[in-house]
Unconditional design. Structure first.
Length: 320
């Protein structure tokens, strides 16, 4: 293709791209989400113009647009990263405090069965057979055998592979607990309570039979991140369910759309906690060479720091 037809075919898009970069008018020539695709097409045009040895003026113009586009694109990505950081440092804990009633309800549904079963099984360990199958019990015996060289589940040979496994497992738990809210909140209530029952049954039984040291050594490090993430997933699901049960003066659809905005933002934060939990569970929790006291202290520090984060982070910005 000669230069004149080439310019005629693409000139309008180049002008729009330049107008987008100039931002001289409030009305953008195209939606911002089209920027990456248009930038790639501009770079393709630049490469073709240089390869076909079009005029230096055209090549220079396209090169200048490409450089400006590169700066604009990556500046936008830096702003997006900054927004994510700001959300995690202040917006997320502030949102959790704003939703404290639902968070408290989710915590009661989850931690109530969990703590109750831990206490019950210290006096009636045989009750575990009503909650777990013999295969599950045998599996937990093997996972937390005090003589084992590595603690916990070993579905893969490497810690990196286990990291992926734990992420997938956490995603399933979080999504089920959150999406269960679409069943008028019943699903979220079920998954919160059932997870609390299973975790409480395992913790209580292993503690009573003498595997307390190995079990608590394994779960201490990641427990704060994972358990709080489950509660927050449940609270987000309850927000959806409440909108469907009591939409107020709005239609159920409108109420659900409005409730989804804060609920999804809570899930963003919960997803980050699940990610941290999976990392700790894969690389720190299985270690047997770390002293028991150290792992328990690290786990306790995690709970203190995380609770302090949700209690205080973002308050100065909110009142400023």
């Amino acid at each position: 293709m000669k230069q004149a037809p080439f310019e005629a075919a693409h000139a309008h898009e180049w002008v729009q791209f330049e107008e987008f970069l100039d931002r001289k008018s409030k009305r953008s020539p195209f939606p911002a989400e089209e920027m990456p695709a248009r930038y790639r097409r501009l770079c393709q045009c630049l490469a073709l113009a240089a390869d076909r040895q079009y005029s230096p003026a055209l090549v220079d113009r396209l090169n200048e647009l490409a450089l400006r586009g590169h700066h604009a694109l990556y500046e936008n990505r830096r702003r997006q990263t900054q927004r994510v950081v700001e959300f995690m440092l202040g917006g997320f804990p502030a949102l959790v405090r704003q939703e404290w009633r639902l968070v408290a309800a989710a915590a009661a549904l989850f931690f109530g069965p969990l703590l109750g079963l831990i206490a019950l099984l210290q006096f009636h360990p045989e009750f575990v057979h009503y909650l777990l199958t013999p295969e599950q019990i045998a599996s937990f015996h093997e996972m937390y055998d005090p003589a084992a060289k590595r603690l916990g589940m070993r579905e893969a040979d490497t810690n990196v592979a286990m990291f992926g496994f734990y992420i997938w497992n956490n995603v399933q738990i979080g999504f089920q607990t959150f999406a269960g809210g679409l069943a008028f909140g019943v699903g979220s209530i079920w998954f919160l309570a059932s997870n609390g029952v299973v975790i409480g049954a395992v913790a209580g039984y292993l503690t009573e039979i003498g595997h307390a040291r190995s079990f608590w050594s394994f779960v201490a490090g990641h427990s704060s991140f994972e358990l709080i993430a489950i509660v927050l997933s449940g609270a987000a699901g309850l927000r959806l369910g409440f909108a469907l049960v009591a939409p107020g003066n709005s239609s159920r659809k409108a109420a659900l759309v409005a409730a989804a905005k804060p609920a999804v933002r809570v899930m963003y934060g919960a997803a980050f906690l699940f990610f941290v939990a999976a990392f700790v569970e894969a690389f720190w929790s299985p270690l047997t060479e770390v002293p028991y006291q150290t792992k328990i202290a690290a786990g306790a520090a995690g709970w203190v720091l995380l609770l302090a984060y949700f209690a205080f982070a973002g308050r100065a910005r909110a009142t400023g």
